[in-house]
Design a protein around this ligand. Structure first.
Ligand code: ADP
Ligand code: ADP
Ligand code: ZN
Length: 210
């Protein structure tokens, strides 16, 4: 089973992709996480990507397509995967098709912009493993500000500042939202309303895809 999770920044793609992947033993592929780890490791790719990410813009298609090509060739992807945050432009979707990758379903996780702006102010990310939390909705269970999985400290993403979130939403509507019609045309789109409660939303996601 190969899936795409589509949705605005902060809609919950990563959170629900992780839960669905665990349940079905699928690999998760998040271009955002791959890019953040490239930045952290100080690679050339990371340096190039950082400029765009800081301003809330998309990283150029060629760079992201290169990363995805490499990642999908790794062995854990052979038994099925969830793409979280890729494709984000029609050009990326065409590139995926050109790679010969077959996609079974595209989940469109819908959340209104205003909900997102509020939500993002509470997002926290593990500085080591990248696991995502929320101060109100999905706080760490063991200790405040500490990752349950690896014990490292939680940080606020630089691009989660409210002005940058607004810019990312603008970019989403301009460049990514057209993918909804694109995959609807292919007959593989399913839309789920992102609810306030993460567990209720997971349930809706499971029901839509299983
Ligand atoms: P995305 O990958 O789409 O950017 P995330 O999975 O990182 O989104 O979620 C964004 C933030 O919203 C996280 O801090 C997450 O814990 C929080 N959140 C709040 N409510 C929900 C919900 N109903 N479903 C998923 N995430 C939620
Ligand atoms: P979110 O879903 O919360 O927007 P991501 O972690 O998916 O966060 O992405 C963070 C940033 O990484 C994006 O704002 C963008 O700059 C860059 N990025 C991630 N995926 C892509 C992609 N497929 N194409 C272009 N840029 C990307
Ligand atoms: Zn961690």
């Amino acid at each position: 089973m190969n899936l795409i999770f589509l949705g605005a920044p902060g809609a919950g793609k990563g959170t629900h992709a992780a839960r669905f992947a665990e349940r079905h033993k699928l690999a998760t592929v998040s271009t955002g996480e791959l890019l953040r780890s490239a930045i952290k490791n100080g690679t050339e790719l990371g340096k190039q990507a950082n400029v765009y990410m800081q301003s809330g813009d998309l990283v150029p298609d060629e760079l992201v397509i290169g990363i995805i090509k490499e990642r999908l060739s790794e062995p854990d992807c052979a038994n099925g995967f969830i793409l979280d945050g890729f494709p984000r432009t029609i050009k990326q979707a065409e590139a995926l098709k050109a790679l010969g990758v077959s996609i079974d379903r595209v989940l469109n996780l819908h959340v209104d912009d205003e909900v997102i702006v509020t939500r993002m102010s509470g997002r926290r990310v593990c500085s080591e493993c990248g696991k995502t939390y929320h101060v109100l909705y999905t706080p760490p269970k063991k200790a405040d500000g500490i990752c349950d999985d690896c014990g490292a400290s939680l940080t606020i993403r630089a691009d989660d500042a409210p002005e940058t979130v607004r810019e990312r939403l603008r970019v989403y509507h301009e460049k990514t939202a057209p993918l909804i019609a694109y995959y609807e045309n292919e007959g593989i789109l399913v839309t789920v309303e992102g609810r306030e409660d993460p567990d209720e939303t997971s349930k809706a996601v499971f029901e839509a895809l299983e």
